[in-house]
Design a binder for this molecule. Structure first.
Ligand code: PHE
Length: 454
């Protein structure tokens, strides 16, 4: 039942909707802290190479499969290869989106809380201000709950298109604010050290962890690997140029991330903070920056309002993955299932919410080795779902599209109203069939080798 699937805006608004999913906390919160933890510029360069060489062609592949089949990931796979085990790849995407939404919702909750904190707190925030905020269980759980509920209400009502329209106005505003902040941050004394850290690569800092983090971040930031773009693709008319659309989305997404870094790193060095502060980085640096600005309370509140909306367009798309699957394939009612799924996600996310100093066990969780990520439950979830399972899903989907459905079929789908793609088609097929699977496989296998997990 198509009408029950909940539409992401109009078909034409699809670039906007897909950008809404891609642009979010991944760009503004995750990108700077992962860059900070991985030594700066060299990481940024590797990330950008992955975005263009792997992210862009892979996004086109997901769109092509979606548009050709007009179905959700599981349905699309079943249509191409009925009765095969490949459908579990679609299911993997559903599990991964639940995992991602669970920790992402926690950060979105912090963002939401910081709207009020920016507005009402006066003076320069003390260095333990943020850690105090996030180790208060009422705040963490309450704000997290609010964010999940708002996401669920929107998905329940199927009013995503309304939100997309809003974000059309608000996201350019976010960019304007970013530019103001870039200028301001770069005028502070000592800020040039930040630019050096961020833009002059030092390859001696590149280790195995850097490469895996860059790959994971590239896919995470573009919302790839879950089959989400298959679903988006299922709403695109044949007249839309998949190649150009994907190019736009990838560029928007990368620009927002790069801009975020241009604020954070100069500010961070000017304010004497540590780039390797982990998930709390932007919440420590930005409020300090705002507190030095004229009308800083309002600037801060405006910033966190816009960021909350950017996060909301991403959480909506994440919740849509399991919901539209259940509605399409299991024939359950959208209205009921939204609440069940949202509740389930909420429970899964509680340990993440409590992992920033509240509950020792979750704070020092550390199942995954420190050579991969920090010990707290949230960072561990972020690595396991947001880097590992996501990239693994992308690898399997890429093999499915390149080899089972066939890169030629996918290429032909992209060629429909994509004349300018013809010169790149051969390269694209090579990337999808050979280069992407090999690079991703080598990186994933080396995780087990390097860390000794087996
Ligand atoms: N791309 C989103 C962001 O950068 C996060 C996301 C990942 C959303 C995967 C959907 C799917 O914020």
């Amino acid at each position: 039942m198509k009408s029950e699937r909940g539409l992401w805006g109009s078909k034409l608004g699809f670039i906007l909707a897909a950008s809404g999913s891609a642009i979010g906390l991944g760009n503004v919160w995750r990108f700077p802290y992962i860059t900070g933890e991985n030594g700066g510029a060299a990481f940024v360069l590797i990330y950008l190479v992955f975005v263009l060489l792997l992210g862009l062609p892979y996004m086109m592949a997901e769109f092509a499969l979606g548009r050709a089949t007009q179905l959700n990931p599981v349905g699309a796979i079943e249509k191409v290869k009925p009765g095969s085990k490949w459908k579990y790849v679609g299911l993997l995407g559903i599990i991964t989106s639940i995992g991602i939404l669970s920790f992402y919702g926690v950060i979105a909750g912090w963002t939401f809380g910081y709207i009020f904190k920016s507005l009402f707190d006066t003076g320069t925030p003390a260095s333990n201000d943020f850690s105090g905020f996030i180790s208060n269980p009422q705040y963490e759980i309450g704000l997290y709950a609010i964010f999940i509920i708002v996401t669920a209400v929107i998905v329940y009502k199927g009013v995503e298109s309304g939100i997309e329209k809003w974000s059309k106005i608000l996201m350019p505003l976010l960019l304007v604010l970013f530019i103001i902040l870039i200028v301001y941050a770069n005028l502070l004394p000592n800020s040039s050290q930040g630019i050096e850290f961020y833009l002059y690569p030092d390859f001696s800092k590149v280790g195995f962890k850097t490469i895996i983090a860059a790959l994971g971040q590239a896919f995470f930031s573009l919302s790839l690997g879950l089959g989400l773009m298959i679903t988006f693709g299922s709403y695109i008319p044949k007249s839309t140029n998949i190649f150009i659309s994907a190019l736009y989305i990838v560029l928007f997404d990368a620009i927002v991330a790069l801009f975020a870094g241009l604020i954070i790193f100069p500010a961070l060095f000017a304010l004497g903070e540590n780039p390797a502060s982990g998930p709390s980085l932007v919440f420590i640096v930005l409020p300090k920056l705002f507190s030095q600005m004229p009308a800083g309370n309002f600037v801060g509140a405006a910033f966190f309002i816009l960021l909350s909306i950017a996060a909301l367009t991403s959480t909506i798309s994440l919740l849509e993955v399991p919901v539209s699957y259940l509605v399409d394939e299991k024939n359950v009612s959208r209205k009921k299932i939204v609440w069940y799924v949202a509740f389930f996600v909420f429970i899964v996310g509680l340990p993440s919410a409590l992992s920033q100093g509240t509950v020792k066990f979750f704070t020092n969780f550390g199942w995954l080795p420190s050579s991969l990520t920090s010990a707290d439950f949230l960072s561990q979830m972020s690595f396991f779902f947001g880097d590992f399972l996501l990239t693994f899903g992308a690898l399997l989907l890429c093999i499915f599209i390149g080899w089972i459905w066939g890169a030629k079929n996918a290429g032909a789908e992209i060629m429909i109203s994509g004349d300018n793609f013809s010169k790149f088609k051969g390269t694209w097929i090579f990337l999808i069939k050979y280069l992407l699977p090999v690079i991703v496989l080598v990186i994933l296998v080396s995780i087990f080798k390097v860390t000794g997990i087996s």
